[in-house]
Design a protein around this ligand. Structure first.
Ligand SMILES: Cc1cc2nc3c(=O)[nH]c(=O)nc-3n(C[C@H](O)[C@H](O)[C@H](O)COP(=O)(O)O)c2cc1C
Length: 336
């Protein structure tokens, strides 16, 4: 029995895949998506995902165990493909019989998808192009997330609305596709479900929930911000493979530009290899995000946020946010 029959019908394949009550994922957010938020999302009927980020296998092991202690509902683990200990992290997920592993941050390295499937978990992949999406789904990906440039955190160049029009007509019938990026209200969810998505992924809307451990100053910055304050980082040197990051504009935004110049200088003097340069940039982001989320340094830290931040006005329990999204979606579908 559901209060949202139209929405549930369109989400059914996503619900069956995730094992949750609603096909609403809370996308992994480094430092934010830890045991408390992840368990709260899953307990409220959504699908929480632990952000492994730069965690060691030992830390991930502890985080999964702690999350299991807070919820008996399904949740997933997001692993960054360029993590140097990816194989060990996959093994940790296997030992905990994690049901869903999300591979983010690039093309999964050879053998990683097989290693995850070997212990029975489902693999969720990201793909920036239709061709790559088809390839990943052919080679073992069980579901796909398409994420537009409205999103918070690392972003691609194309908007969610365009990605949805490119990917869904081609893939939705035979594959499970979740849409992410810029979703703030249920009316938008209704639109993507009607286009064939089986569910959605949100980050920004959940980052400041009551159950989120983000620092009060981080949350206040979100409540004050408008859509236009969430800007994409600028790439200062075309050689540096910097993936743009969307975050609230602050002093940290300028510090990142300076960091890029520093790394580009090291490349010039050949005191740094390209792969190491990229890793330094990623470590920079992880450190800057921690400063904002955990320490509350909203001046110098990174306030990663999507354009939907303008719709985040106050601290609310996860259950209230999910109920509101489902209610708005159901009403929108009912008006059709
Ligand atoms: C603060 C923050 C941190 C994030 N960190 C990660 C991450 O570590 N790994 C990842 O795959 N996505 C990360 N994301 C992206 C989210 O998982 C999600 O896909 C995105 O927020 C969805 O778009 P939205 O922000 O418009 O809702 C992050 C997003 C935010 C806002």
């Amino acid at each position: 029995m559901t209060f949202y029959p139209r929405t549930a019908a369109l989400m059914q394949r996503g619900i069956d895949f995730l094992g949750s009550q609603h096909a609403i994922l809370c996308g992994a957010m480094s430092w934010v998506s830890e045991r408390n938020l992840v368990a709260a999302i899953s307990n409220a009927g959504g699908f929480g995902v632990i952000a492994c980020g730069a965690m060691t296998p030992e830390l991930l092991d502890a985080e999964i165990a702690a999350t299991k202690a807070l919820t008996d509902r399904p949740f997933g683990v997001n692993l960054i493909t360029m993590h140097p200990q990816l194989t060990d992290l996959v093994a940790v997920c296997g030992r905990h019989a994690v049901g869903h592993v999300v591979l983010a941050g690039g093309i999964p390295p050879k053998g990683s998808v097989e290693a995850i499937k070997a212990f029975g978990a489902k693999v969720v992949v990201f793909a920036p192009t239709l061709a790559l999406a088809k390839k990943l789904l052919r080679s073992g990906g069980d579901a796909l997330v398409i994420e537009g440039m409205e999103a918070g955190g690392h972003i691609g160049p194309v908007s969610t609305s365009v990605l949805a029009q490119e990917f869904l007509p081609e893939l939705a019938e035979d594959h499970l596709v979740f849409v992410a990026g810029g979703i703030g209200r249920g009316e938008a969810i209704a639109g993507y479900l009607e286009m064939g998505a089986v569910g959605v992924q949100l980050g920004t809307r959940f980052a400041c929930a009551t159950e989120s451990i983000a620092h009060p100053a981080f949350k206040q910055a979100f409540f004050r911000a408008n859509a236009r304050d969430a800007v994409a980082s600028v790439q200062v040197d075309p050689r540096l493979p910097v993936i743009p990051v969307r975050a609230l504009r602050n002093k940290g935004t300028d510090l990142f530009t300076a960091k890029q110049r520093e790394v580009a200088g090291l490349l010039d003097s050949e005191s740094l290899e390209m792969a190491e340069a990229q890793l330094q940039i990623e470590h920079y982001w992880a450190g800057a995000l921690r400063r904002a989320v955990i320490d509350g340094d909203v001046e110098n830290g990174s306030l990663m946020a999507g354009q939907s931040v303008g719709m985040v006005k106050q601290e609310e329990p996860v259950a209230a946010i999910i109920d509101q999204l489902m209610r708005e979606c159901e009403t929108a579908l009912g008006r059709r």
